[in-house]
Design a binder for this molecule. Structure first.
Ligand code: CP
Length: 308
């Protein structure tokens, strides 16, 4: 019997395969039926120290759709952190105003620090280039829904694999499902060695490539990512890789691909994936973003102890 009551969601590595599948099953149920009073009386503190559209709005919407409330600040500059208050003190105070905290922070490890400081559940909504575990749950949900399974798929990850936190989290999750992982990036944006070593320890199968052409015909799923300009310490380095991969309908039609290939992207996109792909049967990234509601509903309901 799986119970995620009071659990923090900091890294996907903290979840077993059974727990992941439990959340995916619950998300299906959440999608099929509304639960307007499930979180009545519960309050989510929404602390975003970096920009967000999808994660923040889908968490806040999920909370409200289940009858809960959300508190947040308009932007980090209006909190007392600018007066020198530590993040630890801030979350210890916010703990007294809320039932759970969702936090996005530019510092890797900040959500773990927050979770260690408080007794209510803390959700990592993205910490620097490290992890984005709730995105992974909705990525898995989308793959399972569109491919019919998570087991044994051949998955390509394209773009910025160095700074792409969604890639890091998803790769760990797919290691539970005997997937073949294919990391396609410029040499300077490869998957970090520490992640590769840990993936190997977890028994993951992976290969690295410079170009999509080398592996496109084998892929069941292609997970595209934006080159994360904001994470480059040196703008010259960004200029060297800017626009490396530009996927559009014509480029895709020129490649050998499987007919039932599905293309995911955590979004936002910039220039790496053209709108001409949107109407093709391959594109599932809008569906992926919209599944943020049932998936985050099931995560909130589980950690707040009203489901499971
Ligand atoms: N995928 C994702 O994290 O999007 P946002 O940055 O808009 O939240």
């Amino acid at each position: 019997m799986v119970s995620l009551k009071n659990r923090d969601i900091i890294s996907i590595r903290d979840f077993t395969k059974e727990e992941i599948l439990y959340i995916l099953d619950l998300s299906k149920e959440m999608e099929s039926q509304r639960h307007p009073d499930l979180l009545k009386g519960k309050v989510l503190a929404s602390l975003f120290f970096e920009p967000s559209t999808r994660t923040r709005m889908s968490f806040e919407s999920a909370m409200k759709l289940m009858g809960g409330e959300v508190i947040s600040f308009a932007e980090p500059g209006v909190t007392s952190i600018v007066k020198g208050e530590s993040l630890r003190d801030a979350v210890k105070i916010i703990e007294g105003y809320s039932s759970a905290i969702v936090i996005r922070h530019f510092l890797e490890g900040a959500p773990r620090l927050a979770a260690d400081a408080v007794d209510i559940p803390v959700i990592n909504a993205g910490d620097g280039a490290n992890q984005h575990p709730t995105q992974t749950f909705l990525d898995l949900y989308t793959v399972q829904k569109t491919k019919g399974t998570l087991e044994g798929l051949t998955v390509g990850f394209l773009g910025d694999l160095k700074y792409g936190r969604t890639v890091h989290s998803l790769a760990y999750a797919l290691a539970h499902f005997n997937c073949s992982m294919n990391f396609i990036s410029p040499p300077t944006l490869r998957m970090p060695t520490d992640h590769l070593e840990e993936l190997k320890e977890r028994g993951a199968r992976y290969s690295e490539y410079n170009s999509l052409e080398e592996i496109s015909d084998k892929l069941d799923v292609l997970y595209c990512t934006r080159i994360q300009q904001e994470r480059f310490a040196d703008p010259v380095e960004f200029e060297k890789v800017k626009g490396t991969y530009r996927l559009n309908k014509a480029v895709l039609e020129g490649l050998k691909i499987k007919k039932d290939l599905k293309i995911l992207h955590p979004l936002p996109r910039v220039d790496e994936m053209d709108e001409s792909l949107d109407a093709t049967p391959y594109a599932v990234y809008f569906q992926q973003a919209h599944s943020g509601i049932p998936v985050r509903e099931s995560l909130l309901a589980s950690i707040l102890g009203v489901m499971g």
